[in-house]
Design a protein around this ligand. Sequence first.
Ligand SMILES: CC(C)(COP(=O)(O)OP(=O)(O)OC[C@H]1O[C@@H](n2cnc3c(N)ncnc32)[C@H](O)[C@@H]1OP(=O)(O)O)[C@@H](O)C(=O)NCCC(=O)NCCS
Length: 270
Amino acid sequence: MQKVTLHIAYGAGTLAELAAGAALLDADEQARAARFRRETDRMLYCAAHVLLRQALSQQAEPAPAAWRFGQSPRGRPEYDAGICPGSPRLRFNLTHTPGRVCCALTRQLPVGVDAECRRGLRDARALAQRFFAADEAAAIAAARLAGSAAEALTFQSIWTLKEAYVKALGLGLSMGLDRFAFRLTGGAPAQIRLHQGPDAAHPAAHWRCVLLHLDGGRCTLAAAVPAPKGARFRVLLHGGDAAPEPMLAGATAETVLLPAQRIGPPSEGL
Ligand SMILES: CC(C)(COP(=O)(O)OP(=O)(O)OC[C@H]1O[C@@H](n2cnc3c(N)ncnc32)[C@H](O)[C@@H]1OP(=O)(O)O)[C@@H](O)C(=O)NCCC(=O)NCCS
C-alpha cells in the first residue's frame, strides 16, 4: 500500500506566514521569486516552496534550507540525490493556485498533484472539446443537463485529474490530453477511474487518484500515483478559518483528512 501525504496550505494568513520563510529558499528559487511581476504570484511561489522544504524535512534528515533541486529531462523538479542518499527515494510534486498551495509526497513512486480554481464555462467547453478525450467531453456535455454548476464542476474535476496524472508522469504540455481519459461515476464518494492511459510502465488499472472539492467547490485538487497495490492518501490541512470540504474522493483510495496548523514532526512516516 503506497502512502501519499498531501499538505494543503490555504488562507491569506497561512500563506503569508509560509512566504515569510523565503530565506529558506536557495539562490535559484530566490531569483525566480524575484522575477514575478505580481506580488501575489511571488507570495504563492514562496509559500509553495517553503511548504515543500518543510514537508521534505519532516520525512528525511536534511534541514529545510539544505535541500537542493534539479530537474528531470522533461522539466519535472526532483531533489539532488546526493543530499539525501537514503532509500527508497522521496518523490514530490507541488501546485499553486490563488488562495492555496499544495505539495504531495510519496516514497519511490512518482506522484502528481494539481489544484485549479473555477474559470469561465465558455472557455471550459472549448477546452474540453479541443483537448480532452471524447468520453470526457461527452461526460461534460451530459453534466450540462443538470445545470451549469454541474457542468463546470465536472469539467474542472476532469481537468484537475488530468493535470495531476500528467505531472505524475513528469510530462508537461508535450503530452496529448486526449490520449488518456478519466471517468467520474456518481455516488458518494464518486469513483475515479483512469480507463485508458499511454504510459506502458504504469497501466491505467494501477493508478490511484484522489479528488477533493475545496472552498465550497470553487477549487478542485487532485493527486495521482501509479500504485498497483493501492494507495492511502493522508491530507494535512494547514491554516484557514474553515476546513475545506471534500465532496468527492477516489473510491480506490483510503483518504484521511487531518487538521494541522503547522508542519511538525511526522506523526507517521511515508
Ligand atoms: C507543468 C505543468 C503541468 C504545470 O501546471 P500548472 O497548472 O501551470 O501549475 P501548477 O501550479 O499546478 O504546477 C506548477 C509546478 O509543477 C511542477 N512542475 C513543473 N514542470 C513539471 C513537470 N514536467 N512534471 C511535473 N511537475 C512539474 C513545478 O514544481 C511547478 O512549480 P514551480 O514552478 O513553483 O516549481 C503545466 O505547465 C503543463 O505543462 N500542463 C499540461 C497540462 C495542460 O495542458 N493543461 C491544460 C488544460 S487541461
